[in-house]
Design a protein around this ligand. Structure first.
Ligand code: SF4
Length: 223
């Protein structure tokens, strides 16, 4: 499980190790084709600052080698701002007295048609707050089935689900899942996510394991 992997790292010790990297550690990492975690730590250390241009050039080279000259565009569709969580930085926070809207399938269909009229968008990102009773797996499955005929690629950015639910959605036409992990620092995580399912750190980070178990084709973690 991802949470077990995270347990292997002590936050402060890792921070000290990163801060102790030197210019020669950075140079050694830049010369390698295959990097270790320690090399990565050197590249994000303060000692790497003078090498930013060199890193940018390398990054550009690798990007061209692997992907060619392509740009992948996606367009987000917000389907529900109902949320049972109270993340302190978010306007959808359950305690905020705002009008909550959850699109009906007719409205989802109308939005998809309007997006198609905007241009050749093939990647739709379906975004929602996290309220299991209002916009849980059943609702998201309906949205996927409604949007499926309009786009080649459907990704969701919604509350983490069980492996069974991810599997069900994959069979309904889901291609990918994106999940934000605002911080891996457990104490700060508790501070910023005081209530609701999102307050359960392990449930959140192990969502990536469940996506893999369910056979989700594309998994994205955003930090
Ligand atoms: S779970 Fe997502 S939508 Fe809900 S309050 Fe937190 S960040 Fe906002």
């Amino acid at each position: 499980m991802f949470s077990d992997e995270l347990e292997k790292y002590d936050w402060d010790e890792t921070g000290r190790f990163i801060a102790s990297r030197t210019a020669s550690d950075v140079r050694a990492a830049l010369r390698k084709e295959h990097l270790t975690v320690e090399d990565f730590m050197a590249l994000i250390s303060p000692a790497a600052e003078p090498f930013l241009e060199e890193m940018a050039q390398l990054s550009h080279r690798y990007t061209l080698e692997r992907f060619g000259k392509t740009i992948s565009m996606y367009i987000p569709l917000y389907v529900s701002n109902a949320c049972a969580n109270c993340c302190v930085y978010c306007g959808f926070n359950h305690n905020n007295p705002l009008t909550r809207v959850t699109l009906t399938m007719d409205q989802v269909k109308a939005e998809c048609e309007a997006i198609r009229e905007l241009g050749p968008f093939e990647n739709l990102l379906i975004v929602s707050g996290e309220h299991p009773k209002i916009n849980g797996a059943d609702y998201i499955e309906q949205v996927i089935r409604t949007a499926r005929p309009y786009f080649n690629n459907l990704t969701i950015e919604v509350g983490p689900m069980s492996a069974e639910d991810y599997k069900r959605l994959t069979h309904s036409g889901l291609n990918g899942v994106v999940c934000f992990q605002e911080t891996y620092h457990k104490e700060n995580y508790r501070k910023y996510h005081p209530k609701g399912m999102k307050s359960i750190f392990d449930w959140r980070v192990n969502g990536f394991d469940r996506m893999g178990q369910a056979g989700v084709h594309k998994i994205g973690s955003i930090v």
